[in-house]
Structure formats: C-alpha cells, structure tokens
Ligand binder design. Structure first.
Ligand code: FES
Ligand code: FES
Length: 154
C-alpha cells in the first residue's frame, strides 16, 4: 500500500505495510538514521519526531498515522545546523554519547515552538519523557534556555 507523507518538507511515497512503525520507515526505507531506536516501547524518547508539529514516539507510531501529514525529523530541524537549539547544543557541549540527543532536540524544538520563553518547570515537564543514560540533563536545560534567550542558570 502506498502512503503519502511529507517528510522534512519533501513529499514521499512509501510502499510499506501501514502498520510498520514510522521509525523503521524513516530509518530503513528513507535512510534518515538521525532518529534513534532505544526501547521500542515509547519509554525512552530516543525516537521522538514531530507529526504536524506535535511530538510522537516513532517506535510505536504506525506509518499509517502519518498518511497525508507532515513529519519532521532531526534532519529537518534545519538545513545546516543553524536552529537556535542546535547552536546552543554545540556552544554548551551538551551531548555525551549522543544517542538520546536527537530525541531531546525534537522535544525541545516542539516546546519552544509552543512556548518561546519556557520556565524551568515547563522545560523539565516537556523533556521528562526523554531519558539520557549519560545524565546530560543539566546541560540540556541550560541549552534550551540559551536557545530561548533566557539566562542559562536559575
Ligand atoms: S525507542 Fe521510541 S521511545 Fe524508546
Ligand atoms: S548523551 Fe548518552 S544517552 Fe544521552
């Protein structure tokens, strides 16, 4: 079955099982490997992408749910790494192993799109579903605040 999905601004036709997890369609069919597989059970957030601007866990989202909708992955956050979050991530050296970071960035991007000046509590709440086994949470919060033009501390 052919499923039409707009991915990172480009219309794609996916000839796949509609029940295939969106994550596999992105990684295995389209080669967009920036989105990671962590738990496969909507528990870790490594696979977070945007579906019509809202965060979803691509590991448990069947590709049929994306039909005729718009998906943004880490590859589509900016063309050249110039998104304010990506710049802040680099400036503050946020990643450690890096595995969780695409998901962290996608959750943070959805937050800033909705709340350009988030409070600490709003940042923590929005990113609570994104686990980092390396414990980079303090730098993640500082980078979100830097990208938002807020003081990084406090
Ligand atoms: S891989 Fe999807 S939430 Fe963990
Ligand atoms: S940077 Fe290693 S899991 Fe987050």
């Amino acid at each position: 079955m052919t499923i039409r999905v707009r991915i990172n601004g480009v219309d794609q036709e996916l000839d796949v099982d509609p029940e295939m997890p969106l994550l596999w369609a992105l990684r295995d069919v389209l080669g967009l490997t920036g989105t990671k597989y962590g738990c496969g059970q909507a528990l870790c957030g490594a696979c977070t992408v945007h579906l019509d601007g809202q965060v979803v866990r691509a590991c448990v989202t069947p590709v049929r749910r994306a039909a005729d909708r718009s998906v943004t992955t880490i590859e589509g956050l900016s063309k050249d790494g110039s998104h304010p979050l990506q710049r802040a991530w680099v400036d503050l050296g946020v990643p450690q192993c890096g595995f969780c970071q695409a998901g962290q960035l996608m959750s943070a991007a959805a937050l800033l799109a909705e709340k350009p000046k988030p409070t600490n509590a709003e940042i923590d709440q929005s990113l609570a579903g994104n686990l980092c086994r390396c414990g980079t949470y303090t730098r993640i919060r500082a980078a979100v605040k830097k990208a938002a033009g807020l003081p990084e501390e406090g």
